[in-house]
Structure formats: structure tokens, C-alpha cells
Design a protein around this ligand. Structure first.
Ligand code: SF4
Length: 281
């Protein structure tokens, strides 16, 4: 079976940076290295780091001393940095610069007095970190109907819109256009990161060239899940897996060409295992 691998599959700049910072910390400090929440949304990489001594904790209260690494999605507010420093911890900030940028854009819109809308998932850690850093009241939603109901409470609709970095460009732009129809003033920051855009554009093309697509990455990874949804919208069978062990041979019976793409937090070794397994079929 022919296997077509997307050019931009796997680790993005922000994830590569976070994993390197964590590995360097594990090499430099023999013990007491902690990650506040999972460093990235890939269980296999988090498991590898744990074997090297990077212990995952959920809050600063679990850390007595040593090093704390802020994960790529950022921490819940700037207060966390103050609290870590007050405790005397060494802080390694692995927050992706694109997330930091979204935090700054949200803060700017709040301070300029806009009703701020963030297109995204309100339960995602990145969204929580943007909200925590910006303060103010920000509505997070992926539904224009919900946004509209919220905006109807305001007579003069001056709104600021940002996006979760992993949002699909299609959904973000659809919501922006609809908001333009009902608002007096709209200020938009496109905070979707280029790594997400590249992967989504390629997934869209790949899905039209193959008979089935395998999307590799954490089930808890927003950008991987979005890639799977984009491929599904082209009516080809799509399988979202974390490792090659999940593949079932009968998924591909009668197929000659299958595509493989992977989320921004999927390591190269897992992608290669999947490609090699599929090539043998
Ligand atoms: S997907 Fe984008 S925002 Fe998220 S870590 Fe990678 S580069 Fe940063």
C-alpha cells in the first residue's frame, strides 16, 4: 500500500522547544524537576519525560523545592509565576510564544474596552491561560449563536476577537464574518499559529488525494482532533490513533493509497512506526 506522509506532520516549533527545555532540565538537575500539568498533549512523550525524572504535578502546592516547568499551553495566570518565585522554585517557562502572544492580544483588547470573544474550547488549558492572563470578562465559544446571544446584551457592540491557536481557520473566519454583520466595530487578532495553519491546509489537500487518512496524535490534543475533523469533512475514512499498535488491518482492505498526518505534539518516532507499519500492509 502506498503511504503519503504530510510534509508538516509532527512536532511544531513550540512543542520542540518545550520538550528540549524539559530534557535539558532533566539532564541538568538530577532530581526535583516538575512539570505543571502535562508538558504537551502527547501521553507517550510525557511518559518518556517521566522516566527521565520530570514529574507531572497539577498544582504548585505539590512541589516543595526544585524546578518547575510551565507547559507549552501556559499557566492559568501571571500569579502562578509570582507564587513559584515566592516559594523559591526555579522556573523554566516553556509556554509557546504563540500562546504568550494570544495572552497579550487578549489583554490589549480588554484594556481597550472591547467585549472580547475567544473562538475556542473553554475547557482547554491554553484558553484558560489566555483568560487568566487577560483578566476581564471574555466569552469563549465555538458557536456563533452563543456569541450572538451574548452580544445582544450590549447596545453598542464594539467587539474584539481572538482565537485559540489551534482553531480551524474556517471556523474562525466564519465567526468573524458573521460578527461583522451585527456589530458596530470589530477588531480581530488572528492568533491561530502558523504550525496549525500549515497542518490544516495540508490535511485538507491530503484527504482529497487518498482513500483513507490516519491521523496520529494524543486523543487529548486539540490540534490533532481538528486535523481529524478536517479530513472527515472530505468523506474519507479517518482513523485517529496515538500509536501503531491501534491500527487494524481490516481498515484498509482494498485500499491502495493511504495518507498519514500528525498533530503538532506527535513525536517523529511514533509517526515513523505508523508509516512503516502501513507500508508493510
Ligand atoms: S501548535 Fe502552535 S501554539 Fe501550539 S505549541 Fe505548537 S507552535 Fe505553539
Amino acid at each position: 500500500m502506498e503511504v503519503v506522509l504530510a510534509e508538516h506532520a509532527g512536532f511544531c516549533f513550540g512543542v520542540k522547544r518545550a520538550v528540549k527545555l524539559a530534557n535539558d532540565a532533566a539532564d541538568q538537575y538530577s532530581e526535583g524537576v516538575h512539570s505543571l500539568g502535562p508538558l504537551i498533549h502527547n501521553p507517550q512523550v510525557v511518559g518518556q519525560l517521566a522516566k527521565k525524572g520530570v514529574k507531572r504535578v497539577e498544582s504548585l502546592s505539590e512541589i516543595k523545592d526544585g524546578v518547575v516547568i510551565f507547559r507549552s499551553h501556559g499557566v492559568s495566570s501571571s500569579q502562578v509565576l509570582d507564587d513559584a518565585e515566592t516559594k523559591g522554585l526555579k522556573v523554566i517557562d516553556a509556554t509557546c510564544p504563540f500562546v504568550t502572544n494570544a495572552q497579550k492580544n487578549a489583554l490589549q483588547l480588554v484594556s481597550e474596552g472591547y467585549q472580547v470573544i475567544m473562538v475556542g474550547d473553554r475547557n482547554h488549558p491554553e484558553t484558560k491561560s489566555v483568560l487568566g492572563h487577560a483578566g476581564g470578562e471574555i466569552l469563549v465559544s465555538e458557536s456563533f449563536e452563543e456569541i450572538k446571544a451574548h452580544l445582544n446584551k450590549f447596545p453598542k457592540k464594539r467587539i474584539g476577537i481572538i482565537s485559540q491557536t489551534t482553531q480551524t481557520y474556517r471556523k474562525f473566519s466564519e465567526i468573524v464574518v458573521k460578527c461583522l454583520e451585527i456589530c458596530e466595530e470589530v477588531k480581530v487578532f488572528n492568533t491561530i499559529c502558523y504550525a496549525t495553519e500549515d497542518r490544516q491546509t495540508e490535511a485538507e489537500i491530503l484527504a482529497t488525494q487518498v482513500e483513507s487518512v490516519v491521523v496520529v496524535g494524543g486523543k487529548n490534543s486539540a490540534n490533532t482532533t481538528h486535523l481529524a475533523k478536517i479530513c472527515e469533512s472530505h468523506n474519507v475514512p479517518v482513523y485517529h490513533i496515538e500509536t501503531a499498535e491501534e491500527i487494524k488491518k481490516d481498515w484498509f482492505v482494498g485500499f491502495e493509497k493511504v495518507g498519514v498526518t500528525a498533530g503538532a505534539s506527535t513525536p517523529d518516532w511514533i509517526i515513523q512506526e505508523v508509516v512503516q507499519y502501513l507500508e508493510q500492509l
